[in-house]
Design a protein around this ligand. Structure first.
Ligand code: ATP
Length: 325
């Protein structure tokens, strides 16, 4: 069991079964405040079920046991009743799914949907204040003309815009933990990069921790600090992204890296796995547009705009080398 003191989320010996069929076994991990953790693994390895169990959203006939504690929530999330879970979902923990159309209400204006989650948890005192806060949030997720967009219905927005609305809903109550399950898979590459930037920026602003499920190792390398690798319903490896991706200990992780075509080195002998990582050093990718936008920059960071990290750990640009648009 790995438990960090002061963790936002502590999962211990989680198991998930569909009747007599074991789907997830002995999953234990912890996430610290504001920490960004990637959850990777092949299709069917149990990533989504692990996430859904934290929100009490497992499918019919699928049951979780073990323990999952979330900071600020008195009881255990595993085994909590619907009444308890509905107080937590959308407030202490939120989730962004791959397909926003299935998560948004098609017959409700998007501004009302953002306002609704604040009214539900009484984080805004009135509908008027919640609507004003919703417009601000739509602006923060960089939707054009947020006042007009607030009055739109989901079908009037593009896929990328709908996903921004989902992010606004998920972050409306400043959750301690945001879970993203393949949030950018359905988006084209440019929109995907903008969405990832927003997720990192807005979670960092709120000090929300992030559990990011993806098949895309490059996304993990650019977004996350730590990674958990699932295989056959278990976590087989975990650790610092740079360490796991450069020196995987488990043969499955090794295979995953090889299969992802990310283990190749570039012309400068650097791993493509972590675009732009320069351990202990700093060098700009040409044309990077993220200058001066690092949301996690601290006094310890060498102020190398567009990069996150510390001199000890090196710097990870969220953008592929030379990938400025
Ligand atoms: N309702 C269900 N009943 C029985 N088995 C299920 C159910 N839902 C999922 N499973 C099984 O549980 C396992 C884990 O599923 P899960 O969706 O968590 O995988 P995943 O790692 O998220 O995969 P993907 O990357 O494809 O989304 C799979 O073998 C899946 O077939």
């Amino acid at each position: 069991m790995s438990v960090l003191t002061g963790s936002v989320l502590t999962v211990d010996a989680l198991r998930i079964d569909a009747g007599a069929i074991p789907l997830v076994r002995d999953v234990s991990f912890a996430i610290g405040p504001g920490e960004r953790v990637g959850l990777i693994g092949e299709s069917g390895s149990g990533k989504s079920l692990t996430a859904l169990s934290l929100l009490g959203l497992l499918p019919e006939g699928v049951r979780a046991s073990g323990s999952a504690r979330l900071d600020g929530v008195p009881g255990d999330l595993v085994g909590a009743d619907e009444r308890e879970l509905s107080k937590v979902r959308g407030k202490r923990v939120s989730m962004v799914f791959q397909e926003p159309m299935t998560a948004l209400n098609p017959v409700m204006r998007v501004g009302d949907q953002v306002a609704e989650v604040m009214l539900l948890h009484r984080t805004q005192p009135s509908r008027a204040r919640a609507l004003a806060a919703a417009v601000d949030l739509l602006d923060r997720v960089r939707l054009p003309e947020p006042k007009a967009t607030a009055r739109a219905y989901p079908h009037q927005l593009s896929g990328g815009q709908r996903q921004r609305v989902m992010l606004a809903i998920a972050l409306a109550n400043d959750p301690a933990l945001l879970i993203c399950d393949e949030p950018t898979t359905a988006l084209d590459v440019t929109v995907q990069a903008q969405m990832l930037e927003l997720i990192v920026e807005l979670t960092a602003e709120r000090d929300s921790a992030l559990l990011f499920i993806t098949h895309d190792l490059a996304v993990v390398a650019t977004v996350c600090e730590r990674v958990l690798v699932m295989y056959g319903g278990r976590v087989v490896e975990s650790g610092d992204v740079y360490e796991v991706f450069t020196a995987p200990r488990h043969p499955y992780t090794d295979g995953l890296l090889a299969a992802s075509d990310l283990s190749a080195v570039d012309e400068r002998g650097r791993l493509r796995t972590i675009p732009g990582v320069v351990p202990g050093g700093g060098e700009f990718p040409d044309g990077c547009v993220f200058r001066n936008r690092c949301p996690r920059a601290t006094d310890q960071c060498v102020q190398t705009p567009g990069w996150t990290g510390t001199p000890e750990r090196g710097f990870a640009c969220w953008h592929p080398v030379g990938g400025g648009q």
